[in-house]
Design a protein around this ligand. Structure first.
Ligand code: NDP
Length: 292
């Protein structure tokens, strides 16, 4: 089989950003203001610092007003909730996100519930998650699965009647991904696999579309993939590499070198799903502007 089509997340993200720039210009002209996003970072997790920095930088590039709120590692639940309360009431802010994972003393569930659902750009609040599972796509959509859907759409990858296997069942990626793929109009037949799934390899071999989101470096090997399948790799894993400038390199949950020889199309890591997540976050901030 020939080499797979490389699904280029950077190109697709650039097209989404171009649309965002147009939408922001229209909002500015019509309302004399711009959408606003608040990004809260609690503690000093190095990966989180990078993610937050990227989000704020992208806001500046697109013309979205942003607030980066950095709170110390020992921030209490009450202090964090007070910041969220202030942002919920701030008319300049249309989207609020708390970068995950927060330090241990923070109760994430309570934090999610404290964010005004109208500003819940991560789509973690049960109100928005509920809408999503009811097939209502008019509200917020969780950024990463939303980004995967955009990639499939951009590359006109057929989904109707196809068997999609979502590997991973987290509330952030796996479960909403399965919901979106099984929506009317998308019409995939979806199986969700996880760490307790039996005969995983045999199941994965039946996937026309395989979305891997487990956080296990290069877990998916060529012999687990049906020839001609479309493989979407959500994983972002840092693995030590003394030859790399930073001492580590980033790999996905799929062994790209071997799976790209079997799949018909595949996302690279980095440069696949990652850029889409941020592009869809920006879209959600714009959507939040209209949630008044
Ligand atoms: P979680 O750790 O929350 O969930 C992992 C899921 O994978 C769980 O459902 C778990 O099963 C399942 N799993 C773990 N090991 C195996 C295994 N050996 N076989 C089968 N299933 C397994 O991860 P997330 O969903 O938050 O993230 C997944 C990956 O995606 C990570 O690498 C993360 O960094 C990346 N990510 C990337 C984003 C992007 O923008 N590209 C955004 C968000 C995440 P069980 O439920 O049984 O424990």
């Amino acid at each position: 089989m020939s080499e797979a089509l490389i699904i280029d997340g950077k190109t697709v993200a650039a097209s989404v950003h171009a649309k965002s720039i147009e939408q922001i210009a229209e909002i500015k002209e019509k309302y004399g203001t711009v959408p606003g996003l608040a990004v809260i970072l609690v503690g000093e997790n190095p990966a989180s610092q990078v993610y937050v920095g990227t989000k704020v930088k992208k806001c500046a590039e697109l013309g979205i007003y942003s607030e980066k709120i950095v709170l110390p590692e020992n921030t209490t639940q009450e202090e964090l909730l007070a910041v969220i309360d202030r942002l919920n009431k701030d008319p300049r802010i249309h989207g609020i996100l708390v970068q995950s994972p927060p330090p241990k003393q923070i109760n994430e569930e309570e934090v999610v519930l404290a964010i005004d659902p109208a500003k819940d750009v991560d789509c973690f609040h049960p109100f928005n998650a509920g809408k999503l599972f009811l097939g209502d796509t008019t509200g917020f959509m969780p950024c990463t699965p939303y980004g995967v859907m955009k990639l499939l759409e951009y590359y006109k990858i057929p989904t109707k009647g196809k068997h999609a296997v979502v590997l991973g069942r987290s509330n952030i990626v796996g479960k909403p991904m399965a919901a979106l793929l099984s929506n009317k109009g998308v019409d995939a037949t979806v199986t969700v696999a996880h760490s307790r799934t039996e005969n995983l390899k045999e199941l994965l071999q039946t996937a026309d579309i395989l979305v891997a989101a487990i956080g296990k470096p290069e877990f998916v090997k060529a012999d687990m993939v049906k020839p001609g399948a479309v493989v979407i790799d959500v994983g972002i894993n840092r693995i030590p590499d003394a030859t790399a400038a930073k001492g580590y390199r980033i790999v996905g949950d799929v062994d790209f070198a071997e799976v790209s020889k079997v799949a018909s199309a595949i996302t690279p890591v980095p440069g696949g799903v990652g850029p889409m997540t941020i592009a869809m976050l920006m879209q959600n901030a714009i959507r939040g502007f209209f949630n008044k």
